[in-house]
Unconditional design. Structure first.
Length: 333
């Protein structure tokens, strides 16, 4: 049987991704606004933070591009085509618009798997930033990289909030997410120092309290995919405040045996992201038929059921068709 090579896996990071994908599925389950206020500042931005944390410059530019094509571009096209077929069966619509949307990836224009396209584009942009960073001999502090990526973030906010422009391959969102990748990159290289200064239990709890006061005391309507930010500065501030608490929660869960379920979800985020919405459509119809209509309950039930329903097909794809989700495998007798 084929087995995936896990030598480079970091359990707590897989736990973190597992937590994040739960909120991704919840976001696709028509949750009430109060749920969205809570998870929107971190459930997508921290995926990019995690990507920056594991970002590697090993190899040539050509090798980097080929790696990203294997890990992101092939899954985007493969899973995107499957999603188009399912969407046509369930919802109908225009084949041509869906296929064009998949390949052009303009925001909210049939941009199937837009998040994967954005991650691909952001990775290319971030690689360019790191190359630029490496050419500046007098600058050895990664904070410079964070500062430059902050300029990219500012440009992205102007494009999205003022100019209202949508650029192919989610470029405006990719510019924004380079900032979070830079934060993850910086964190990896100064992890012990940061956690020694800020990882105290009471500091983390205080940050969590500040975050909850911010999200519930100052409701902020945000939809990252639609590039709608009611109060952009508030969103950015909260997205920074929550980073350390989410990391510490993930590391705490990773100490226990039951972390395995979160690790599995975290290792299969692409599959869950691709098909969670399709499962949600079916589950919603079933729940409507049995008379369950409470929006607070239905979104939670749909999310929980989706997470478990997709485990078997995710395991099959991961074990036998790993290329579909950007993975390699090794043969074992």
């Amino acid at each position: 049987m084929s087995m995936l090579d896990r030598k480079d896996r970091i359990d707590w990071l897989d736990v973190l991704k597992g937590i994040l994908i739960i909120f991704v599925i919840l976001s696709h389950s028509y949750p009430p606004d109060i749920y969205r206020y809570f998870f929107t500042p971190f459930f997508l931005t921290m995926f990019f933070w995690a990507s920056g944390y594991t970002f590697s410059m090993k190899g040539s530019g050509k090798e980097f591009l080929l790696k990203k094509c294997r890990s992101l571009l092939i899954p985007l096209l493969t899973l995107g085509c499957i999603r188009i077929i399912l969407a046509q069966i369930i919802e109908g619509g225009s084949w041509k618009k869906r296929i064009a949307g998949l390949f052009v990836q303009i925001n909210c224009q049939y941009d199937e798997l837009w998040f994967v396209a954005c991650l691909f584009t952001a990775s290319i942009c971030f690689y360019g930033l790191l190359k630029l960073f490496g050419c500046i001999k007098w600058c050895k502090n990664e904070l410079f990289l964070v500062g430059v990526s902050g300029i990219f973030l500012s440009i992205a906010m102007v494009i999205m909030c003022i100019w209202k422009m949508h650029i192919p391959w989610q470029l405006e969102l990719a510019f924004m997410m380079c900032f979070y990748m830079a934060l993850g990159y910086y964190y990896r290289r100064h992890e012990e120092k940061i956690e020694a200064c800020w990882g105290n239990k009471w500091i983390v709890i205080l940050l969590g309290i500040i975050y909850c006061i911010g999200v519930f005391g100052f409701p902020n309507s945000v939809d990252i995919h639609k590039e709608q930010f009611e109060y952009p500065i508030l969103f950015l501030a909260l997205s920074l405040v929550c980073i350390l608490p989410v990391i510490m929660i993930s590391k705490r869960i990773a100490r226990y045996e039951w972390k395995k379920i979160f690790v599995f979800w975290g290792q299969n985020t692409l599959f869950y992201y691709a098909f969670g919405g399709t499962v949600r459509v079916v589950l919603y119809k079933i729940l409507e038929m049995v008379g369950v209509e409470n929006v607070y309950l239905v979104s939670i039930v749909c999310t929980v059921l989706t997470m478990f329903v997709l485990m078997i097909p995710a395991w099959v794809v991961r074990g036998y068709f790993p290329w579909m989700v950007g993975l390699r495998y090794i043969r074992e007798n």
